[in-house]
Ligand binder design. Structure first.
Ligand code: FAD
Length: 479
């Protein structure tokens, strides 16, 4: 389906819905909406619309379906796969949710918060905290990403191990369909087996089925005890063995188990202001262990002590430190979250967001390392991530001294090598960042044709005019 390039008259009709002051046409003011954080994708738009109500979103989508104009929803523009970026010269209108940022209700007894989709994640965390509750989704981009974007990418982050990703944190949704109809699914039920799960279709759809305008999110008790440790180990296999011990010992109190390589520690201490190596000794691998308990603070302390003592006795842990203050806990997490940005000053990097079954991580890493080093001698592999979720950010920095562009130009070849190995483990080529534009064509190659066909049929059922974020996730139908 080919979308319409909106005429001046049609643009005036779209603008009238939100009011001229909320329709951005000035190129300088539009710039921040047209490029994603890594600068890999740039788009153009005739106008960025910023509706101030669900009714306005509905009117925009109704007009878009009637006229065939494409709409690209955007939250905080922090997504890593360019789903939020309009296509160049295609007439795509960007619809920013930023003005829909109201917390509608909070119920600490029922443990739910109801909010607009344009609320910033950090604001939801703070609103929960003000009621002595926890909203556990936590990402490096939490100061700017928005709930609708988190839902639409089914975001993961640092606490998936204990609380799940966004799909597990959401009870209900309000969605404006491409026709302009409003689906009010803002239910706060934990149990509801009444037919197909429409909510779960919209979560992770990356704005291709409709626009999420509101959500009911789950809250949790705030932990009484919180411990963070940083442990040095000799191998990924030892990290896996320690994870196994940690899971058995801590159960649901184990909130994070993050893997980091020595080279990642070197990159962060070299390039990120304020980051220091917390340990006097050097190790091939490190894990950051996060334990939270809701009953007493002492229990978290005891668990961490027991885990590290056993880890050392069993020869898994070579050295470890336990953060003794909130500031130290934050600084250990800051080091972990700086792994990716710290690669930038090291030149070109080729990044992967993959998952394999947790127990297969050492074998996956060994095979991927061997294949990558054979293809690019001198490549600096900086593989880190949410080990407890089986999710590794398998990133590769360029060899020292080679041309940056020559290295980056090989990303398809290297992607094929790494993703090929991931698939032999029945893994995923996108664990938490989604598909967007970046992995759209690859998705069609790695998923069985029946799955792609079912996705196309769902897309067509919701959006027969093909106006919702076309060419993202799936290639737009041509007829
Ligand atoms: P955007 O980037 O604006 O949009 C993302 C997608 O959702 C697009 O396809 C867009 O069209 C669609 N969309 C946005 N709003 C709506 C809506 N209301 N209705 C329908 N569709 C919509 N991700 C993780 O999972 N885990 C991490 O640990 C993590 N860490 C990150 C760290 C940094 C520093 C950065 C920059 C990003 C990180 N991300 C991580 C990427 C993550 O996807 C985003 O941060 C976030 O979830 C996207 O929210 P956003 O509001 O920025 O969405």
């Amino acid at each position: 389906m080919t979308n319409t390039l909106p005429s001046t008259d049609l643009l005036a009709r779209f603008t009238a819905i939100v009011g001229a002051q909320h329709a951005v046409t000035d190129p300088a003011a539009q710039a921040a909406y047209l490029v994603e954080s890594r600068g890999l994708y740039r788009g153009t738009t005739p106008v960025v619309l910023k509706p101030g109500s669900v009714a306005e979103v509905s009117a925009i989508l109704k007009l878009a379906t009637e006229t065939g104009v494409a709409i690209v929803p955007q939250g905080g523009n922090t997504g890593h796969v360019a789903g939020q970026i309009p296509r160049p010269d295609a007439g795509d209108i960007v619809l920013s949710l930023e003005r829909l940022n109201r917390i509608r209700a909070i119920d600490p007894v029922g443990n739910v918060i109801v909010c607009d989709a344009g609320c910033i994640l950090a604001d939801i965390q703070q609103a929960a905290e003000a009621q002595d509750r926890l909203f556990p989704l936590s990402l490096g981009s939490e100061g700017s990403c928005r709930i609708g974007g988190n839902l639409s990418t089914n975001a993961g982050g640092t606490a998936v191990l204990a609380y799940g990703n966004m799909r597990q944190l959401c009870l209900g949704l309000e969605v404006v369909l491409p026709t302009g109809e409003i689906w009010d699914g803002l239910r706060s039920l934990k149990k509801d087996n009444t037919g197909y799960d429409l909510r779960d279709l919209f979560i992770g759809a990356e704005g291709t089925l409709g626009i999420i305008t509101g959500a009911v999110l789950k809250l949790f008790p705030r932990p009484a005890g919180h411990q963070v440790a940083f442990a040095g180990l000799n191998s990924v296999a030892q990290a896996l063995a320690l994870f196994d011990r940690a899971s058995s010992l801590c159960g649901p109190a184990l909130t994070g188990f993050e893997l980091m390589p020595r080279i990642g520690v070197d990159f962060t201490t070299r390039h990120i202001p304020g980051v220091r190596d917390p340990m006097p000794t050097q190790h091939a691998w490190y894990v950051l262990i996060d334990i939270s308990t809701t009953d007493t603070a002492e229990r978290a302390e005891q668990m961490m002590q027991d885990l590290l003592t056993r880890g050392m006795e069993d020869g898994l842990v070579e050295n470890a430190i336990i953060a003794s203050s909130e500031a130290q806990r934050k600084s250990l997490w800051h080091m972990r979250e700086s792994m990716s940005p710290a690669q930038k000053p090291e030149g070109g990097s080729i990044k992967h967001d993959v998952s394999v079954p947790v127990s297969a991580i050492p074998a996956f890493m060994a095979q991927a390392d061997a294949a990558v080093m054979a293809a690019i001698p001198g490549a600096r592999i900086c593989a880190f991530g949410h080990m407890g979720d089986g999710n590794i950010h398998y990133n590769i920095s360029q060899p020292i001294g080679v041309d940056k562009q020559d290295f980056i130009d090989r990303w398809r070849e290297i992607n094929a090598i790494v993703h090929g190995i991931v698939l032999t483990f029945n893994g995923s080529i996108s664990a938490e960042h989604g598909i967007g534009q970046l992995k759209r064509d690859e998705l069609a190659e790695v998923r069985p044709s029946i799955e792609i066909d079912l996705m196309q049929r769902i897309k067509h059922a919701f959006d027969p005019a093909g106006i919702m974020n076309p060419d993202k996730v799936l290639k737009a139908r041509t007829a």
